[in-house]
Each structure stands twice: as structure tokens, then as C-alpha cells.
Design a protein around this ligand. Structure first.
Ligand SMILES: [Mg+2]
Length: 249
């Protein structure tokens, strides 16, 4: 492996267990949303998210989506609105819907959960050690994840290894482009102001690794418990590690 100046890290399956979102973040919403709505109902920030969910529910009801119940913010009682909002969130989450209004409320709840200590971003200890070592050896560490930049900052800022935000030089999400397109990696290198060959990209996803490699980046595949197995045809094509401290400096 050649030398490198920049390390670009994926999050889920790489710095953080692949199960974190489904085993920690989503259950946090499911288990807390009822109490959260009750105790924060008059918070203007929450009301903005409630209006967005109601607008979406009314659109869905017009489009004859069978699970959608219209929500009348002017004429329903607060109790009716709250119970309809809860039912709405329940079916959207069971359907694993990725729609703006739901994501907005989820993000708002996660932000609150991290800030009050109910949520901690899960980190593999060797990933934290390696990030610290890279910083000591004058490498700059960036994150590129399909989770939003805001969500990334929460995971690292409120991690189970403390506030790691000072170790990171920047964040990218899919606003820069899809993670399986090599163009996205060229854009990131251009934005950082470095030749792509000076960047080391680490991810559990072989399609992402191939895209980064096609863009000229150096790559390492992260092999972690719970990750999808690497397809047999890809074995031996890219360097793999089970521990970040195995990655040469
Ligand atoms: Mg990943």
C-alpha cells in the first residue's frame, strides 16, 4: 500500500456496528415517541415536525394509501392529533419509509436523545484508536456516510468513547453523490483539495470500495461482525482488515 495523507471512513459496518441503526436508533424512536410527544408537545421545533407529518399524512390519504389517516390540525383535538401522529409514525416505521417528514422528526428525537445522554454513538474501539493515531501522524480523517452529516456529527460528538468531533476534518453524505459512483469520490477529493491517490477509503461495502478504487483512491475493506459477507467473486480483489490498527500508516 502506498502512503496517504487523507483517510475517508464509512460509518455503519466500518467505525460502527452495522446493527446500530436497527438495534439502537430505531428502537429509541419506537420506545420513546409517545412520551416524547407528550412532554415536548408545545415546543415550536416539535410542532414544525408535527405539521410536516400531518401534511404528508393528508397527501398520502389523498393518494389513497390505505394506512394513511388524514390529520386535521385545525379541528382535531390535541389528543386526537397526537394519537393519529403516533399511529402514523408506527405504520411509516413498520413500512421502513424514508420520507422527509418522518426523517425530520426522527432526527429531532435523536438529537434530543444524544444531548440528554440517552443515546451514545457506538464505535469499534480499534477504530477510535486508529483515528487518534492517524491524527497524531498528521493524517486528516473525513467521514463519508449515507447517514446525513447532522446524524454523523451526533454519532461522533456523543460517542461511547467521548466527543470525537475534534478528530474529524470534515463530513460528506449523499449530497455529494451516491456512494457507489466513482464521481462522488472524485468530488470529495476535489473538495478536500487532494489528489485521489492520496486518499485511503475504508468501507464494508465492496461496491463502494470499487467506486472509490475506480476514482483512484486507495482502499481497505472493513470486515466486522454482522456485516454482509464479501461476495466470493470479490474475495482477494481488495485488501481487507478486521482491526483498523492493521492498516499500515
Ligand atoms: Mg457501511
Amino acid at each position: 500500500m502506498a502512503s496517504y495523507d487523507i483517510v475517508l471512513l464509512d460509518v455503519e459496518g466500518t467505525t460502527t456496528p452495522i446493527s446500530f441503526v436497527h438495534d439502537v436508533l430505531f428502537p429509541y424512536i419506537t420506545n420513546n415517541v409517545s412520551d416524547f410527544l407528550a412532554s415536548n408537545w408545545n415546543d415550536p421545533a416539535l410542532q414544525t415536525h408535527i405539521r410536516a407529518i400531518a401534511d404528508q399524512a393528508n397527501l398520502d390519504a389523498q393518494s389513497a394509501i390505505s394506512s394513511a389517516i388524514p390529520i386535521d390540525l385545525l379541528n382535531d383535538t390535541p389528543e386526537e392529533i397526537r394519537s393519529k401522529i403516533l399511529a402514523n409514525i408506527d405504520w411509516q416505521m413498520k413500512a421502513d419509509r424514508k420520507i422527509g417528514a418522518l426523517k425530520g422528526l426522527q432526527g429531532f428525537m435523536w438529537q434530543t436523545g444524544y444531548k440528554n445522554g440517552q443515546l451514545l454513538g457506538a464505535m469499534f474501539p480499534d477504530a477510535v484508536m486508529a483515528i487518534k493515531r492517524w491524527c497524531e501522524k498528521s493524517r486528516s480523517v473525513y467521514i463519508y456516510s449515507s447517514g446525513s452529516v447532522e446524524a454523523q456529527k451526533l454519532i461522533f460528538g456523543y460517542s461511547d468513547h467521548g466527543d470525537l468531533s475534534g478528530l474529524l476534518s470534515g463530513h460528506y453524505d449523499t449530497k455529494v453523490g451516491a456512494k457507489i459512483e466513482s464521481q462522488s469520490y472524485l468530488r470529495i477529493a476535489g473538495d478536500i483539495g487532494v489528489a485521489s491517490g492520496r486518499v485511503l477509503f475504508v468501507s464494508d461495502n465492496v461496491s463502494e470500495i470499487r467506486a472509490a478504487s475506480e476514482a483512484g483512491m486507495q482502499t481497505v475493506v472493513s470486515v466486522r461482525p454482522g456485516n454482509a459477507p464479501i461476495p466470493e467473486s470479490e474475495l482477494g480483489v481488495f485488501k481487507t482488515v478486521t482491526d483498523f490498527m492493521e492498516i499500515p500508516l
